[in-house]
Design a protein around this ligand. Structure first.
Ligand SMILES: *[C@@H]1O[C@H](CO)[C@@H](O)[C@H](O)[C@H]1NC(C)=O
Ligand SMILES: *[C@@H]1O[C@H](CO)[C@@H](O)[C@H](O)[C@H]1NC(C)=O
Ligand SMILES: *[C@@H]1O[C@H](CO)[C@@H](O)[C@H](O)[C@H]1NC(C)=O
Ligand SMILES: *[C@@H]1O[C@H](CO)[C@@H](O)[C@H](O)[C@H]1NC(C)=O
Ligand SMILES: *[C@@H]1O[C@H](CO)[C@@H](O)[C@H](O)[C@H]1NC(C)=O
Ligand SMILES: *[C@@H]1O[C@H](CO)[C@@H](O)[C@H](O)[C@H]1NC(C)=O
Length: 452
């Protein structure tokens, strides 16, 4: 009895009255709402400003690990927080697909990749940067160089400064100061707040093997300022959902919560947990080491379809099963939980079924390089099974009324098919859940948001 109880405590898995419990230094505890809550502002970039996939492919900010891929511009939603660097307030976008916190300096060079005429002035879409010197000094070596999967890059130098997020300060934090970049920002932010693991900070320069350092969030929990977890609630509502000091909170706000839960309502019965996997879980990255790098999970299965629909005999032959008219695909694959990605990117064989389930079916618009459906199409159900629960994408995230083709008749689907990993659950998924990133227990927990 005793030993099985210990084993039970060691894995930190427990379920009590609809709430999940997890192991901490203080024993088994449920998640609770924290006062360290930072409202995030949602910024939707108007479609007239989307860059065409022909000119410049942009889809996400996940750190470029090993290889380039064909990418399409789908990045049109940013979640922004104000951070205080020294005594300067900078707006940055929140990213769980990378680990550095960086911002431009007041002087920086924005470059272009190809000749666009003598009058063309490149615009990296970056807001005012940091002025003056960092109080902790700068590193002569290594330089700060980071490439992202969308072909953008930033470069400059590392330095040390106090970084405050909400009411928590990472003292003498290592940050990247950027003075040379090819970037496609939203015009309102000066950089990124990267919330990934330290390992990702080592993928620097040509050899991609710098010594890692502790990013902002890691410094905060190692200094015992917060418990080693953070959580995120993204809302579809746009604009400033509260004062920067967090005093005004609304149920439909977007929040980054350090050390606990954000103040939004969830369905308590829906809490589910799943393990965070090491970087070797993504075969395309070709890592031999199993270090934790980003928030990689392996969902149990996926469900899709119209509720009256049945599987075809061919699908049944391939092992598909039908529940209440929905088809469950039990093929498992790793996905990144990425707040910095607007869309979700999933395997073609799965997403094609989702496209076909729209009525009329979604179609590829070559002018946009992505799948669209008529804005008034009937939207199917699409969900991911994690732990004991199915998390359905909201209809408004599956067919995005804010992202239309030039005719205005077609709306962009919130899930994009890709031919290989890394697969991603982005904003189109995260808008329906609260996501808990638990570093101490190396697991993610999710609960469904109640309607907001
Ligand atoms: C990228 O697109 C080009 C042209 O369409 C194609 O030849 C190439 O195979 C694609 N590369 C990948 C990695 O998909
Ligand atoms: C901000 O810090 C710099 C350098 O430490 C100092 O020179 C400046 O006076 C400070 N500004 C304010 C508004 O406190
Ligand atoms: C910043 O540091 C440089 C080099 O050490 C120095 O020349 C300059 O005066 C400093 N600027 C401020 C505003 O302190
Ligand atoms: C950026 O900063 C580094 C380190 O101080 C310096 O060597 C480099 O010349 C700067 N680049 C630009 C474009 O200012
Ligand atoms: C299930 O999804 C995988 C992709 O994850 C796909 O290759 C496969 O064809 C799908 N199976 C069925 C029966 O649709
Ligand atoms: C849906 O929209 C299309 C194009 O805007 C229009 O032609 C069609 O009549 C609409 N269908 C319904 C059922 O409203």
């Amino acid at each position: 009895m005793k030993s099985s109880l210990l084993a039970f405590l060691a894995v930190g898995v427990a379920h009590s009255a609809g709430r999940l419990l997890y192991a901490t230094r203080h024993g088994l505890v449920p998640d609770t709402v924290t006062s360290n809550v930072i409202p995030m502002r949602k910024h939707i970039v108007p479609s007239s400003q989307h860059r065409s996939s022909v000119v410049k492919p942009v889809y996400r900010r996940t750190a470029d690990v090993n290889h380039p891929a064909n990418l399409t511009n789908v990045h049109d939603v940013y979640y922004i927080v104000d951070i205080i660097v020294g005594n300067q307030t900078l707006a940055v976008s929140v990213d769980t697909g990378s680990s550095d916190t960086w911002f431009v300096s007041d002087y920086f060079e924005c470059i272009r990749f190809w000749w666009q005429g003598p009058e063309y002035k490149p615009n990296c879409g970056l807001a005012d940067g940091f002025t003056g010197n960092l109080s902790g000094g700068v590193l002569d070596n290594p330089p700060f160089v980071r490439s992202y999967m969308d072909t953008t890059f930033v470069s400059g130098y590392y330095g040390f400064e106090d970084v405050t997020v909400g009411s928590i300060t990472a003292k003498n934090q290592r940050v990247g100061v950027v003075n040379y970049t090819f970037w496609a920002g939203d015009g309102l932010t000066s950089g990124l707040l990267g919330l990934g693991y330290p390992f990702m900070t080592s993928l620097d320069g040509a050899e991609q093997n710098q010594a890692p350092y502790d990013p902002v969030f890691t410094t905060m929990w190692k200094n015992k300022l917060i418990d080693p977890l953070f959580s995120i609630a993204l809302s579809r509502e746009s604009g400033d959902q509260g004062e920067p000091d967090g005093e005004v909170r609304t149920p439909e706000g977007s929040y980054l919560a350090l050390g606990g839960l954000p103040p939004v309502e969830v369905d308590e019965e829906s809490w589910a947990r799943t393990k965070i996997h090491g970087v070797d879980a993504i075969p395309e990255w070709m890592f031999e080491q199993s270090d934790l790098g980003l928030y990689i999970i392996k969902p149990d299965s996926w469900v899709y379809g119209r509720e009256t629909e049945d599987v075809t005999p061919a699908e049944a032959d391939q092992g598909a099963v039908t529940t209440h008219g929905l088809t469950t695909n039990t093929t498992q694959f790793p996905v990144l939980i990425d707040v910095g990605a607007t869309l979700s990117l999933l395997p073609k064989g799965l997403v094609q079924k989702l496209y076909a389930a729209f009525d009329p079916p979604a179609k590829y618009l070559s002018t946009n390089g992505l799948f669209f459906a008529l804005c008034n199409a009937t939207i199917p159900k699409f969900g991911v099974n994690i732990g004991e629960n199915t998390f359905y994408f909201a209809p408004e995230d599956l067919l995005r009324q804010t992202a239309r083709d030039p005719s205005g008749e077609y709306c962009r689907i919130g899930v994009t098919d890709v031919n290989g990993g890394p697969y991603v659950l982005g904003v189109s998924f995260l808008s329906s859940v609260v996501a808990v990133f638990d570093i101490e227990n190396t697991e993610m927990r999710f609960a469904s948001r109640t309607k907001y």
